[in-house]
Design a protein around this ligand. Structure first.
Ligand code: PNW
Length: 488
């Protein structure tokens, strides 16, 4: 077909095709069709695949002054006018602290077998270290008992950004190495207390999101501490050291623990699936993750990273690098969108493609719609770092959700996105890439950090004035996917 073929000509040839006599007799054509239908029915996930939803303490719990909880840096930050859209705060959020039983019922109806949530450090240690607040611990005991009673496996994140304010004041937060030690103490203590209820642990959620955005050269998240390049590199190092120390502390205190992480590995993917572009994506993914994933998975900073930083490189010891790369039982990756690359004849071996203006997105300005990321990130994690077990610890989107007069939210945009992301994840599992489960972000609309309540990521709509929950159409869709353990 000539490239100059005009649209009219194309339509003509298409319609010619449509009226062309069938190549197969009708019965055979029908048989072929049902084979296609069967193939569709076979787009399933491995037996025992964990279907879940995800939340985080400060985004859903509310009850910030209840039962002895100490303040966190997000309480402080959200109360500084101008920090968050409309000056929203997490003071009440989804009131999950009081309504978790109702929400677990909604999860049970959905059919999930896993729930990812996080523990608010300052509920357990209101001052970051030292004095234990039993009532805070009791909340997570009640929560995990209730989950187990509904056959939902708890997947617990120990740090999802709500650092105790006391540690910010004492050590400048993650800038201080002492904070890493405090985190390991907290992690070991909680694991010792809850190991009978929780078997799956994730140390830290998304290093770049709270380190680069909270302590970078232009920070916009709590604690919003502007840093030099040198300070930032050291802060990143302290954060991965905290992760490694926590892995060891959890193992020391909970014999049967399965320990992982929830990291937003910066993905790279080939636009065109040919060996040269795939090789380019493999180079790119290592370059994109030099401060975090590379030391955790390879046990050392790359020469390229250290060279680039020069005198600004972090201070570290060989012993620390061993701790940082402590073996994990699984790697959790939060996957939203991914950088596309093509092979290039330059020093890096690839070119990063900017998203054209018309690249599809829903409402979050950073969340490009590229379902193939749910195939490519797991595949490259396996091929580049030999990761043996993975979970998608977050994936989802914010949409412009509106309730109809008869009380429904028909979020067909979110359903469309999820359907396509799932198709790519199915491709991954069908090829034997070891993705063991998926946690949809999020169960409920919630406090979306600096966007406050203006962006809704839930598959359950929350009316914040009444706290009424209304499952959206995407909830029904997800329920059908879970029920057939396959595409619906
Ligand atoms: C994650 N980005 O954050 C967090 O883990 C959640 O707490 C959050 O609510 C969710 O994704 C949705 O935003 C991210 O700019 C925030 O690439 C921003 C980015 C990635 C992840």
């Amino acid at each position: 077909m000539g490239t100059k073929m005009r649209r009219r000509d194309f339509l003509k040839s298409a319609s010619t095709l449509a009226v062309a006599p069938l190549a197969l007799p009708v019965s055979e054509a029908l048989a072929a069709q049902s084979t296609a239908a069967l193939q569709h029915a076979a787009l399933t996930f491995p037996k025992g695949f964990v279907w879940g939803t995800a939340t985080a303490s400060y985004q859903v719990e509310g009850a910030v002054k209840e039962d002895g909880r100490g303040p966190s840096i997000w309480d402080t930050f959200s109360h500084i006018p101008g920090s968050v859209d409309r000056n929203d705060t997490g003071d009440i959020a989804d009131d999950f602290y009081h309504r978790y039983k109702e929400d677990i019922q909604l999860m049970q109806r959905l059919g999930v077998t896993g729930f990812r949530f996080s523990i608010a450090w300052s509920r357990i240690f209101p001052d970051g270290t030292g004095r234990v607040n039993q009532k805070g611990l009791d909340f997570y005991k009640r929560l995990t008992d209730e989950l187990r009673a509904h056959d939902i496996e708890p997947f617990c994140t120990l740090f999802h950004w709500d650092l105790p304010q006391a540690l910010q004041d004492k050590y400048e937060g993650w800038r201080g190495r002492e904070t890493a030690k405090a985190f390991a103490e907290y992690a070991g203590f909680v694991a010792g207390q809850l190991h009978d209820r929780i078997h799956n642990w994730m140390t830290i959620n998304e290093f770049p999101s709270y380190i680069n955005s909270g302590y970078g050269e232009k920070p916009h998240n709590a604690p919003k501490m502007q840093s030099t390049r040198k300070q930032l590199a050291q802060t990143s190092h302290n954060a991965i050291l905290a992760h490694g120390l926590a892995v060891q502390a959890i193992r020391a205190n909970a014999k049967n623990a399965r320990v992982g992480i929830a990291q937003n590995t910066n993905g790279a993917m080939p636009v065109v699936e040919t060996p040269e572009h795939i090789a380019a994506a493999k180079k790119a993914i290592r370059h994109f993750n030099e401060p975090y994933d590379v030391p955790i998975l390879e046990g050392k900073y790359s020469d390229r990273y250290l060279k680039q930083l020069g005198g600004d490189a972090p201070q570290f010891t060989a012993e620390e690098m061993k701790i940082i790369s402590s073996p994990l039982d699984f790697y959790g990756v939060n996957i939203y969108s991914t950088i596309e690359v093509v092979a290039a004849d330059n020093e890096d071996g690839y070119l990063v493609l900017q998203h054209p203006k018309s690249y599809p997105k829903l409402v979050a300005d950073w969340l490009y719609y590229n379902p193939q990321s749910l195939y490519w990130i797991p595949r490259l994690m396996q091929e580049v770092w030999n990761v043996k077990e993975m979970y998608v610890t977050e994936n989802g989107c914010a949409a412009e959700d509106h309730m109809t007069e008869d009380g429904h939210v028909y979020d067909t945009d979110r359903v469309n996105l999820l359907r396509n992301y799932f198709t790519q994840m199915q491709r991954a599992t069908a090829e034997g890439i070891p993705v063991r489960g998926y946690f949809l972000w999020s169960l409920l609309d919630n406090f979306e950090w600096t966007r406050g309540y203006t962006q809704r990521f839930g598959i359950i709509y929350v009316d914040y004035a009444s706290q009424k929950r209304t499952p959206k159409l995407s909830y029904d869709f997800y329920q059908a996917v879970i029920a057939r353990n396959g595409l619906a």
